[in-house]
Design a protein around this ligand. Structure first.
Ligand code: SF4
Length: 236
């Protein structure tokens, strides 16, 4: 409830009291003007927001220019305290239209990577992006846009508390790890983010454009399976 809604509710309550007084005493109804002063609500900092507050902040966010072209900001979705959190770059056209992350062709492709090790966003995966609003023409988010938006996903990591993280694509890897090497180099090692084992792989959109990367992605997914001690249900 906003501060204004609280003031309105208190005024309505006061008027109900006036009406009740008139009913009980038989005296004519008289409206009492009341002065209400509620303390200004302090804005919640991203670093101390809960998931619901974070979601509200993202949906109304105007921290960077990407808010101007969005239809929907895309917060993220999936299981709480999941086995895996996947972090991608930003919403595309389908995500902007629906407000959901990784839908459309890239999303289906990502799902097909995860299912052979028993992972799905319905059961045990949470999915989010570095920037929450779609960049125009799906361009790569600019450094200032990433800098302004990345605190949201960093807070999501703290709140969602996954057992492992998969950074999908260079934008996610660079923003979360503070590194500048290409994905080909970064995917060679397992990092720790807030003490959570973290693997870098290619973005599904990039692999759709260059299918020769599929083998590398499958090796990265198998590494995730090893970290989480998950059986590989079927090979690819
Ligand atoms: S991209 Fe992020 S920082 Fe920019 S307006 Fe959207 S939510 Fe805010």
């Amino acid at each position: 409830m906003t501060r204004e809604e609280k003031i309105e509710a208190l005024k309505e309550f006061s008027d109900l009291c006036d009406q009740a007084r008139a009913c009980i005493t038989g005296e004519p109804y008289r409206h009492t003007e009341i002065e209400i002063s509620l303390a200004e609500e302090k804005p919640v900092a991203i670093g101390s927001a809960d998931l619901q507050q974070l979601s509200s902040m993202v949906l109304s966010c105007q921290r960077c220019r990407l808010c101007q072209g969005r239809n929907h900001a895309v917060v993220g979705e999936g299981a709480m305290h999941p086995l895996l959190m996947v972090i991608g770059e930003g919403p595309g056209a389908d995500e902007d239209a629906t407000g959901r992350p990784f839908v459309g062709r890239s999303g289906q492709f990502l799902d097909s990577w995860l299912s052979p090790i028993g992972l799905s966003r319905q059961k045990n995966v949470y999915i989010a992006n570095i920037v929450k609003c779609r960049p125009p023409q799906n361009r790569t988010p600019l450094p200032d846009e990433v800098e302004l938006c990345v605190p949201y996903v960093k807070r999501q990591v703290q709140l969602v508390r996954p057992q492992a993280i998969l950074l999908s694509g260079a934008t996610a890897a660079h923003a979360m790890l503070g590194r500048v090497e290409g994905v080909g180099r970064l995917r060679e090692q397992t990092f720790q983010l807030d003490g959570i084992p973290t693997v870098v792989t290619y973005h599904p959109a990039g692999v759709l454009r260059n299918p020769t990367l599929k083998r590398d992605v499958w090796n990265d997914i198998k590494r995730i399976a090893g970290i989480l001690r998950l059986p590989i249900l079927r090979g690819r």
